[in-house]
Write a protein that binds this ligand. Structure first.
Ligand code: M6R
Length: 611
C-alpha cells in the first residue's frame, strides 16, 4: 500500500513525480504529496488530502519546481487520512522522507525522539524515520547516505524509502526491505518508484533492489550497498512494456477495460504452455517435471480474490488430479503451527506478488519442510516470485482497477494447467488431458460470447441499485465463484453480499430471504443442478428475488421472482472461469448505478503490502 516515486535529474522533475503518482494511485488514495529541493535548495512541499487530482489543484496555485524530489500517495495505516498525516514528512526543514511499509518499533523511537525535543506533526509511523535521519546527520555528523544506512539498521518492520536533504542537493537516497521499490535508469537522470508502471513514460530500464539494499542516487550515478554496507552490483533489466500499457484507452474505467481484456489475457497465459494437447511441464520451471513426479499433496495459501482462485483449484486438484489439497488464507496460515506431509507442494497465488501476508506465509513455509514452492503470479519481478522456487506467470498484463478481474480468471487458467500437469502423474488419462487443454484453448472465444450479455446484465443491475444486501449461491466449484461474485459486489458497490454453498441456505441464511434480498445463483448444467434447483425453489417459495446465470441447456424456467440469463453452453471443467464473467459485469453495472468510485473504492488499495 502507498505508492512512492522520486527523481534526480538535470531537468525539473515535478511533472515526472505527478505522473508517477497518478500511475501509482491504485496503491492508495487517502492523500498525496510532493517535496522538491527548489532553486535555492530549500525544501518546498505540497500536500493534499484525498486523490492526486487534489494535489494537482494545490500545485496550480503554489507551483513547485526542482531537479530532485520525492512524492507519495497514501493508504492510511497509522493515523487517519488527513493533511497532517500526508507524506512527505519533513524534519526541521532539512530532511524529507516518503515511506511505504510499516515501522513496528515506531512507538519506542517516537518516545526517544520526543525526549530529545522533537515535536511530532503527524500520527504516522513514518515521522520517526525523518527525525532519526536528521539527528544522525546533525548530531552524528553523518552524510545523507550514512544517516539513512544507520537509520534503517534500527528500523523494525517494512520500508521502501525516498529521502532528500537540503544539506546535499542533487542526491536522492533510497532503501527497501519488505516493501517493493524499483530504480528507473535514465540518461543522466534516475528515478525510484513502487512499481515499474509509474516510470514507463520515462524509461524501460530498471534495477530491482534486494532486501536491505540502500542506493545512493545522483543524476549521473547510482551506487548500491547491501544490508551490510558492502558496495554491490544489481543487474539492469529492460522491460518490453509500452508506456501506455497501463492506460484506460476508450473505456470508462480500468475495471471495464480489464473485464474486456480477459479473452486476450487468457490466450497470453496459455501461449506456449500447451503443445499437442499436453501441458508443457517446463512452464513451471526447468526442473519441475522430475519434481512433480514426487508431489503427493498441495498446500495453497493466498488472500482475497486469489484465495477464491485457490478454492476452485482445490476442487480441481481433488477431482481431476486425485491429489489432496489444503487451502488457507495467508493471514491465518502464517500464525499457526502446521503439520507438513512429505511431498507437499506449497503454492502461493497473488496478482501483485507483494501481498504482505502471502509473502510472509511463503517465507515461513520455506523453513517448514515443504518439497517445493510455486508462485502463481502476475508480476515477474515481484517479491513472491523472487522468494519462490518456481513461478508460473499469469500474463494478464497490468491490472489497475482495485477489484481483481482478469487476474482471477488467468489465475484459474494457470491453476488448471498445474492441475493437469500433476494429474497426469496421478492417473489422469491422456484423453482427459487433451479434452481439458482443448477446453482451455477454446476459452477466449467462449468468454467473448459471455461478454455479449453485458446489456442484459446492465438491466439486471438496476434491481440492485437500491438494495443493501445480496446473497450469492453456488455449489461445488461454483461456490468459490459465488464468493468471488459477492466480493466484487461488496468492494465496488458497497452492497453487503454473502456467498453460500446453496445447500447451506436452510441451515440459517434462509431466514434473511425477502423481496429486499436479491439472490444471485450460478447454475451450470452439471450433476449438482437438480440439487441447486431445489435450493432455489426454497428461495422462491419465500418471496425471494432470484437472478440465475444458467447454462443454455439447463432445465430451469423463468417465473415470477425468477430471472434467468442463459450463459453459452460450456464444458464443466472450465465453467468456473466462464461463470465468473457475468458476476464481474453485474457488480460493475451495480457500482455504476450506485455512483461509486469503481476503480478506487473507498478504504481499499490494490496492493496490500502491510499486514
Ligand atoms: O495481489 P494479490 O492477489 O495477492 O491480492 C490479494 C487480495 O488483496 C486481492 O485479491 C483483493 O481481494 C482483490 N483486489 C479483490 O478484488
Amino acid at each position: 500500500m502507498c505508492g512512492i516515486v522520486g527523481a534526480v535529474a538535470h531537468r525539473l522533475v515535478t511533472p515526472v513525480l505527478l505522473e508517477g503518482l497518478k500511475r501509482l494511485e491504485y496503491r492508495g488514495y487517502d492523500s498525496a504529496g510532493i517535496a522538491v529541493l527548489d532553486s535555492t535548495n530549500q525544501l518546498a512541499r505540497a500536500r493534499a488530502k484525498g486523490k492526486v487530482r487534489g494535489l494537482e489543484e494545490v500545485m496550480q496555485t503554489t507551483p513547485l519546481n526542482g531537479r530532485v524530489g520525492i512524492a507519495h500517495t497514501r493508504w492510511a495505516t497509522h493515523g487517519v487520512p488527513s493533511l497532517e498525516n500526508a507524506h512527505p514528512h519533513i524534519c526541521r526543514d532539512t530532511v524529507a522522507v516518503v515511506h511505504n511499509g510499516i515501522i513496528e518499533n515506531h512507538e519506542t523511537l517516537r518516545a526517544e525522539q520526543k525526549r530529545k525535543g522533537h515535536n511530532f506533526s503527524s500520527e504516522t509511523d513514518t515521522e520517526v524515520i525523518v527525525h532519526e535521519i536528521h539527528d544522525k546527520m546533525t548530531d552524528g555528523g553523518l552524510d545523507l547516505l550514512a544517516a539513512v544506512q544507520a537509520t534503517v539498521s534500527i528500523l523494525e518492520g517494512a520500508y521502501a524509502l525516498g529521502v532528500i536533504s537540503t544539506e546535499e542537493p542533487g542526491r536522492l537516497v533510497t532503501a527497501r526491505k519488505g516493501s517493493p521499490l524499483v530504480i528507473g535508469v535514465g540518461e543522466r537522470e534516475h528515478f525510484i518508484a513502487s512499481d515499474i508502471f509509474a516510470l514507463l513514460g520515462e524509461t524501460q530500464r530498471f534495477i530491482f533492489l534486494e532486501e536491505g539494499d540502500v542506493a545512493d542516487m545522483r543524476a549521473d550515478s547510482i551506487t548500491i550497498y547491501d544490508e551490510d554496507g558492502n558496495k554491490v552490483e544489481r543487474p539492469i533489466s529492460e522491460t518490453k512494456l509500452a508506456a501506455d500499457s497501463a492506460e484506460k484507452g476508450s473505456y470508462r474505467h480500468y475495471m471495464e477495460k480489464e473485464i474486456y481484456e480477459q479473452p486476450q489475457a487468457i490466450s497470453n497465459t496459455l501461449e506456449g504452455r500447451i503443445i499437442n494437447e499436453k501441458v508443457v511441464d517446463e512452464s513451471f520451471g526447468p526442473d519441475a517435471s522430475a519434481a512433480f513426479d514426487l508431489v503427493k499433496r498441495v498446500q495453497i495459501v493466498a488472500c482475497g480474490t486469489s484465495f477464491h482462485a485457490g478454492m476452485v483449484a482445490k476442487y480441481w486438484l481433488e477431482s481431476i488430479a486425485n491429489l489432496p489439497c489444503d487451502i488457507e488464507v495467508a493471514s491465518e496460515y502464517r500464525y499457526r503451527p502446521h503439520i507438513v506431509s512429505e511431498g507437499t507442494l506449497f503454492v502461493t497465488i497473488s496478482q501483485s506478488g507483494e501481498t504482505a501476508d502471502t509473502l510472509a506465509a511463503l517465507k515461513e513455509a520455506k523453513n517448514m519442510g515443504y518439497a517445493h514452492t510455486l508462485a502463481i503470479c502476475n508480476v515477474p519481478e515481484s517479491s513472491i516470485v523472487r522468494e519462490s522456487e518456481w513461478a508460473l506467470m499469469t500474463r494478464a498484463g497490468p491490472e489497475i482497477g482495485v477489484a481483481s478481474t482478469k487476474a482471477f480468471t488467468t489465475q484459474l487458467v494457470a491453476l488448471l494447467l498445474l492441475v493437469v500437469a500433476l494429474g497426469r502423474r496421478n492417473g489422469l488419462k491422456a484423453e482427459k488431458e487433451a479434452q481439458i487443454t482443448r477446453q482451455l484453448i477454446n476459452l477466449p472465444a467462449e468468454i467473448e460470447q459471455v461478454l455479449e450479455l453485458d446489456q442484459e446484465i446492465k438491466q439486471w443491475a438496476k434491481c440492485f441499485g437500491d438494495k443493501h444486501h445480496a446473497l450469492y449461491l453456488g455449489r461445488g466449484e461454483q461456490y468459490p465463484v459465488a464468493m468471488e461474485g459477492a466480493l466484487k459486489l461488496k468492494e465496488i458497490s458497497y452492497i453487503h453480499a454473502e456467498a453460500y454453498p446453496a445447500g447451506e441456505l436452510k441451515h440459517g441464511p434462509l431466514a434473511l430471504i425477502d423481496e429486499e434480498m436479491p439472490v444471485v445463483a450460478v447454475a451450470p448444467n452439471n450433476e449438482l443442478l437438480e440439487k441447486l434447483k431445489s435450493n432455489l425453489q426454497e428461495v422462491q417459495a419465500r418471496g425471494g428475488q432470484l437472478f440465475v446465470f444458467a447454462d443454455a441447456n439447463a432445465p430451469l424456467d423463468a417465473a415470477p421472482g425468477v430471472k434467468i440469463l442463459r450463459v453459452a453452453e460450456t464444458d464443466e471443467v472450465v465453467a468456473p472461469i466462464v461463470y465468473t464473467i457475468p458476476l464481474q459485469l453485474l457488480s460493475y453495472h451495480a457500482a455504476l448505478i450506485k455512483g461509486t468510485d469503481v476503480d478506487q473504492p473507498r478504504n481499499l488499495a490494490k496492493s496490500v503490502t502491510v499486514e
